[in-house]
Every structure is written in structure tokens, then in C-alpha cells.
Ligand binder design. Sequence first.
Ligand code: FAD
Length: 337
Amino acid sequence: MSETILFLAHTEVDGSLSRVALEALAASISLNGLLVAGLIGADVQAAANGIGGCGARRFLGVAGEGFAASCYGADAAAVEALVRAAQATIVIAPQTSRFARCLAGVAQRLGGRIDTHVTNVASGPKVTRWYYRQRMEAVVERVQRPWFLLVESGTAPVWEGAPGAASLELIPVEVSPRTRVAGRQAPKAEQQTIRPDAKLLFVAGAGWTKKQADGAAHIDDAARLILGFLSATGASLGSSKSLVDLSGEGQAVLPFLSHMNQVGQTGSTPRHPKGLSTCCHGEEPHVVGWRFIRERRAVNLDANCGWSRGKADVLYVADAFAVIERVNAMLAERGVH
Ligand SMILES: Cc1cc2nc3c(=O)[nH]c(=O)nc-3n(C[C@H](O)[C@H](O)[C@H](O)COP(=O)(O)OP(=O)(O)OC[C@H]3O[C@@H](n4cnc5c(N)ncnc54)[C@H](O)[C@@H]3O)c2cc1C
């Protein structure tokens, strides 16, 4: 059966499409079906032009101030209208928090099915996803249509085709007056330490808060070094469970860390190309969260830590305080801030 593939995306604050949206576009094209693009946002013409050369037969849009920010009612109505207008059998969208919130509801409304956290889309269509905290991988096929797929970031190549003037068909959609977006509050980009698109994952372990060779803990130095490294490199900050649990034990903590940063069995499994672990022992429940990190390095005082047992490509047996102090100085010398 020939499928009609709706590539679905929402614009960012500046009207562009995110990196993960362009990955979802590449996944949509790879199915070789009848491709339709569906965009949601305050104004979607620039985004449509940006992907003008993607080969879509139609460019559909739902636009207006009511669609600028994430809002369940407006987004669900917009997606429903786009799926109906495209007569889509497969809907491929990026796994953003905005779509994760509303697409399951739309799938239900349209009598379809949804699979989230998809890591591969292949002809068939067959989709790959992980279950049971990334321990089991399954390849799924479904007969129900429309079939909604939310594609994880970092799992498909970013679409890099040519832009072009897109002839946009705008679909009118009423915004429900019941919900009104009064404003948007988000931490400043430099305060946001979880950065899924970063090339490097920097993990801080509990060692940063432990007594050091002089018999004292150096929390302020740890915070300065970690934040200095993050601001110079744009790396994403991960943490071990022990470090984020410390606050519950009444110990001195690094204030910019929360359970959201935790990587591992009971934390996240991020997908950065490289990872650098510091002051973290590298125990299995933590390292299992590194399974998608392709190149791994660790800094630990202990030559027998978990990383030395085949879990890291390179282990530097060294004092992370001294190493990161020196790395930050070298970055500053090179003018990287
Ligand atoms: C069911 C279950 C689920 C779990 N889930 C997770 C999970 O999701 N994520 C997770 O992280 N853990 C998880 N754990 C806990 C995990 O087993 C470890 O206890 C935890 O990862 C240890 O954290 P850590 O390595 O930061 O701390 P520690 O074990 O205290 O290690 C600190 C390390 O810092 C090093 N160090 C100290 N000072 C320095 C210095 N100056 N320079 C360099 N190195 C230094 C030390 O040598 C040591 O290796 C789970 C455990 C269980 C039982």
C-alpha cells in the first residue's frame, strides 16, 4: 500500500525549524511515500521555504498567534486539521515536549495509533523503539492508520537539502477560547544545563563534593569549574544519581543540578556523540545510561574505577579539579568563552 506521509513540525520562537524537526523530515523522506509537509506556528512561511526543496507534494500550514506557543487544545486541533487535509496514513513528527503532550490525544481522536521515542524508521514501514528502560529493542509494524511516530533526536541525519519558495496552503483552525497562553517563562539559555543537541555530554559525579587530598570538600571550586566548562563548551550537563541525591541527605550540593540531570538506569539515556565523565565511579546502573554515547572518556583518581573495565575508551587517572582547571584555562587562552 502506498502511504501518504505527513511530516509534521512546529516552528521555534524565531520561526525556524529545530534540528530534531529536520531529522524527522529526513526520516519522512526515507519512506519514499507521498510526502506532505504540515507546519504549525505563528507564521510558517519562512519555515516552509526553508524546506522548499524537500520534495513534498503539498505544504500545509496552520498559522496565527494562537499557535505560537505550546497549548494542548490549539495544537491538537491544528494537527487534526493537518492530518485530515493531507489524508495522511503515516504522521512523522519530532519527539519534542510540545508534540509529546498532544499527539497521543490526536491519534485517539482520529482512531489511529502512536509510537513514541522512535529511533529508526525503515521501509515497510517498520519502526524501531526501545522498551523497559532501553534494555530491549523492538521493531514494530502496525496495520492501523493513521500511525503517528515521534522520532527521537540524534537518531536520523539532519535534512540538508535546498530551500525554495513553497506554495503554502493555510488551513483555518479555530483556537479554543478556554485556554489562553498568558506568557512564556523559561530559564535563560546559559542557565539551561540540559542541552540535547550538544556535541558533548559532561557528567559530574559525587566525587566533586567529597573530601579531597587536603581533607576538605571544595564545593565552590567544583561549581565554578563545572559551570566554566559548560559555558565555554556548550556541553550538556549530566550527573550521577549519588550526586543529585545528596540534597536529600542534607549534604552540601551543587545548586544547578536536579534529578533531571541524572543519567542512568533510573535516569536518562541521552544521545550525544561524545561524553566526558568526571568524579563519577562508572558503576553499571549509571553507565547503562551511556549506551548511545559513542565516544567515552572519564577522569577519575581511581585506576580501578568502573570506567577502567571496558566502559570508557580513555580513562585519565587524574584529579578532575586540576584537569578541568587546566582545560578551562586552555579554552580561555583560545578565546572560547
Ligand atoms: C536500582 C538502582 C538504580 C540506580 N540508578 C542509577 C542511575 O540512574 N544513575 C546513576 O548514576 N546511578 C544509579 N544508581 C547508583 C549507582 O549504582 C552508583 O551508586 C552511583 O552512580 C554512584 O555515583 P558516583 O559515581 O557519582 O559516586 P561515587 O560512587 O561516590 O564515586 C565518586 C567517584 O569520584 C572519584 N573522585 C573523587 N574525587 C575525585 C577527583 N578529585 N578527581 C577525580 N575523581 C574523583 C572517586 O574516585 C569515585 O570513583 C542506581 C543504583 C541502584 C541500586
